[in-house]
Ligand binder design. Structure first.
Ligand SMILES: Nc1ncnc2c1ncn2[C@@H]1O[C@H](COP(=O)(O)OP(=O)(O)OP(=O)(O)O)[C@@H](O)[C@H]1O
Length: 809
């Protein structure tokens, strides 16, 4: 590259926040005094030049020249461009302008005097020419790349003429200087180009800037495109909806039905037999739907709400039968046994009937026990009794499962603005029943929970309260729902877990489980016929003998109810059906007790061979669990005096009350050891361990107190507990035996397990009336009031020889 340098003196034309590069032709506004001064000074000098030839070489081909110097943020740059003043004139808006054509870079030198008010400076001109033999290949390569970037940029702007000019430029230096026209370059960038003499460097910088700018442009374009596509989609959707409306309208007109979806809803609301307040609310929502328009987000949930409201059976009712003898017949037909329970239900129906006839309303005010609660272990027929009640009253029946419900909104519904909102379970039950006066069974009220999402119990209380439930508000429906005609029944396995306020509102009917005889009767009368039908067998094809059914009850299922028994009967019948189909057996088949293992394998509950109470320190208690009555063993042992700790260790997942019972039993024995002739001195130095298998099942309650005392006394005395004695009762610190609950279930369990003697608290004696007579006849029941009586009856005399102890499972 060769640089021809020459020095000139020129008036300075300031370019505020701008720069011109050689080759550029630009207009400048002369209303700026310094610009005007520079232009006028240059013109004056040009005019006088002929008079003072050679003084200043500041013209070019007879045209005045200036030094256009960038002034960035008020400071002059050290480099400017020598520019020929092509001409001056007025712009269309009337202001004066001059057109400059920059020709060369020049370094600004020192100031000097000159005509006019302009600032004159000396300037070193750098005339850059192509090196001899041309630029190196790399520079051409860079120029080609810059050209292609220019092309992309100018094509985007549609500046085809400028593009032509660029394409024809062969000189890499000139090409780089054309960047001065790029509007996206800042004044500093343009100045940088002006100051950079090296062509290759100039090309690199400009290429980088253009590339960056193109990238920005691409991003901006893609954003704009996304926005545009969104807008297009909305417009398309809007148009399609308009078309759809038109089509719907036309179809409706063809079918003779009136216009829009809203009209359709209005007509459905009018035709539906709705109470006034519901109709008003529905019509308000239809108006809202109309105003919102089809595409509004809320129109979806308004439609769902309207559909739900229209599907509710607002004014539909079934006529009550209230035929009391008929009701009794229905109950008898559906369920064997349960005499007391059936009586209670019949009483309940009779009272309802009388109150209704006398116009008193079906229930006698608050806390009148409006809800009949069926309480008992699983599979005793609580749910099916509920169905029978509905059948005997001629009402529809629905069941609301409350097990695990912890959220108030499950009962009362979610507000409809929630995504996926639904009515609560009560409103849904009414909808499902299809009438406003169904029998609704609230199943498993004892499994209700509560947490941070609110307390479902309080919502349920409102549902059950006759003073409030005629205006029950479901959050979703948001209109009053009259529940006063609904008959609510409830079921629970365990009364202790039913929330107290709910319990307060309930009239309890306890179902304690069945004796073996009752189970056989139920199986013969109900389970067997039903399962025969399910297995596709006729009554004469297959049968299970009473002895086999009894064996199923005792050895294959050990439960308070009959659900397991029903399942086992079903299994036997399925085997019969399968073997008949395979040609292995000819029908009819009757299954006897001995045949059972061939069908359903070996029994699960055989009498235990190793007697649980064979060693001192184990006593048999009776308990009620969630699955009915059961026998429960309490084991006691003393820790090794050398290695064992001291104090009382309790294991077997015991609740607080049960732990306290253990403490009381131990304290009692410690303080009364002498009179009981027990070597309680051992207890001082040795730790006592009480364990209640099965360890994984939680147990609680005070009724194991006597059993714990008996186990400890057995351990200390070395007298074994009698294997055929089951006991229950709370023990006090003074050794009194206090009453407990669940006598009937406990006696049934003792009988199932094969015990012959049962010890119960004396104050529980009246409860024996509830125990079926056949069970009472087979058991020797002792009503005891003092722990000494328990020890007397439960422990074998000292020194009793080891003997065969056949039972206790
Ligand atoms: N006394 C009975 N007479 C005839 N069938 C009975 C009797 N008791 C129970 N059943 C039958 O036993 C089965 C189980 O009863 P159901 O489902 O009503 O028990 P549940 O007490 O409601 O149990 P859960 O507490 O587990 O809900 C049903 O098929 C029912 O018809």
């Amino acid at each position: 590259m060769t640089e021809a340098r020459s020095s000139v003196t020129l008036p300075v034309l300031p370019l505020d926040d701008d720069a011109v590069l050689p080759g550029m032709v630009v207009p400048v506004d002369m209303s700026e005094p310094e610009v005007r001064a520079a232009v006028e000074a240059a013109q004056a000098e040009n005019d006088s030049e002929s008079k003072v030839p050679g003084v200043r070489s500041n013209t070019s081909q007879g045209k005045p020249r200036v030094l256009a110097v960038p002034r960035i943020d008020g400071s002059y740059a050290g480099t400017g461009a020598v520019a020929i003043l092509e001409h001056t004139g007025r712009t269309p808006d009337g202001s004066q302008a001059a057109v400059l054509r920059a020709t060369a870079r020049a370094r600004v030198g020192s100031g000097t005097a000159g005509p006019g008010t302009a600032l004159w400076v000396s300037a070193d001109i750098h005339n850059t020419e192509a090196p001899e033999g041309g630029y190196p290949g790399k520079v051409h390569e860079q120029a080609r790349e810059l050209k292609s970037l220019f092309t992309t940029y100018l094509q985007k702007r549609g500046a085809w003429q400028v593009l032509d000019g660029i394409q024809q430029l062969d000189d890499p230096g000139q090409l780089a200087d054309r960047g001065g026209y790029s509007p996206f370059l800042t004044a500093s960038q343009k100045l940088e180009l002006l100051e950079t003499h090296d062509v290759s460097e100039r090309l690199t910088r400009l290429s980088t800037w253009i590339r960056d700018y193109l990238t920005e442009l691409d991003v901006a374009e893609s954003i704009e495109q996304d926005v545009q596509e969104g807008v297009d989609k909305q417009q398309r959707e809007f148009l399609l909806r308009r078309q759809m409306d038109a089509i719907r309208k036309e179809l409706n007109e063809l079918n003779g039905t009136p216009g829009s979806e809203e009209d359709d809803y209005r007509q459905r609301v009018d035709n539906a037999d709705l109470p006034d307040h519901v109709r008003d609310a529905a019509l308000t929502e239809v108006d809202k739907l109309e105003r919102a328009g089809d595409s509004a987000p809320e129109s979806g949930w308004i439609r769902t709400w309207l559909d739900t409201i229209l599907a509710m059976p607002w004014n539909s009712r079934t006529d009550d039968v209230y035929d009391i003898p008929g009701a009794r017949e229905v109950l008898d037909a559906d369920h064997a046994g349960l005499t007391d329970v059936k009586e209670r239900i019949v009483e309940y129906l009779a009272v309802r009937k009388r109150r209704e006839e006398q116009g008193l309303g079906v229930v006698g005010g608050r806390r009148s026990g409006a809800v009949l609660a069926l309480v008992g272990p699983p599979g005793v027929g609580k749910t099916s009794l509920g169905e029978s009640v509905a059948r005997s009253m001629g009402r529809a029946f629905t069941r609301v499962a409350l097990g695990g419900v912890r959220d108030e909104a499950e009962i009362r519904g979610h507000r409809r603005t929630y995504v996926g909102a639904l009515p609560g379970r009560i409103a849904r039950a009414v909808k499902e029943a299809g009438t406003m006066n169904p029998v609704v069974l609230l199943d498993e009220v004892d499994k209700l929970g509560s947490d941070f999402r609110g307390d479902p119990t309080s919502a349920l209380l409102e549902v059950l309260d006759p003073a409030q439930n005629h205006t029950f508000r479901d959050h979703y429906l948001d209109v009053d729902l009259d529940l006063s005609d609904v008959v609510f029944l409830a079921t629970a396995n365990d009364l202790e877990s039913v929330p107290a306020p709910l319990l307060d509102r309930m009239e309890l009917v306890e179902l304690d489980g069945y004796t073996e005889d009752e189970k056989v009767t139920i199986a013969v009368d109900h389970l067997l016929p039903r399962q025969l039908e399910k297995a596709g067998l006729a009554g004469e094809d297959a049968g299970i003998s009473a002895a086999a059914l009894r064996r199923i009850a005792t050895e294959y299922t050990r439960e308070a109810g009959v659900r397991g028994m029903e399942r086992t009967v079903a299994r036997v019948l399925r085997k019969i059906a399968a073997s008949a189909a395979l040609g292995e057996q000819e029908l009819p088949v009757t299954v006897d007790a001995d045949d059972l293992p061939g069908y359903i394998g070996r029994p699960k509950h055989t009498p235990e061979s190793a007697d649980r109470t064979a060693v001192p320190g184990v006593a048999t208690g009776l308990a009620v669990t969630g699955t009915g009555g059961d026998v429960l063993f309490v084991e006691a042992s003393l820790a090794d005096p050398e290695t064992g700790g001291s104090g009382l260790t309790l294991t077997g997942h015991l609740g607080d009350v049960m732990k306290e019972s253990a403490q009381i039993a131990l304290s009692y024995l410690q303080s009364h050891g002498a009179e009981l002739e027990l070597p309680v001195g051992d207890l001082k130095d040795r730790g006592v361990h009480l364990h209640v298998p099965a360890g994984a099942i939680p147990k609680d309650g005070p009724s194991a107190g006597v059993t714990m005392a008996a186990a400890l006394a057995s351990l200390l005395s070395g007298r074994r507990a009698r294997w055929d004695v089951g006991m229950t009762g709370e023990v006090s610190l003074t050794g009194r035996v206090l009453p407990i609950g669940g006598v009937k279930q406990k006696l049934l369990a003792a009988h199932r397990a094969g015990a012959t003697t049962v010890l119960i608290p004396a104050r529980n004696e009246p409860d024996l009336d509830d125990v079926p007579e056949d069970i009472r006849d087979q058991l020797t029941v002792h009503a005891v009031s003092d722990i000494r009586q328990v020890l007397e009856l439960a422990l074998e005399p000292a020194g009793t020889a080891e003997q065969a102890r056949p039972m206790v499972a």
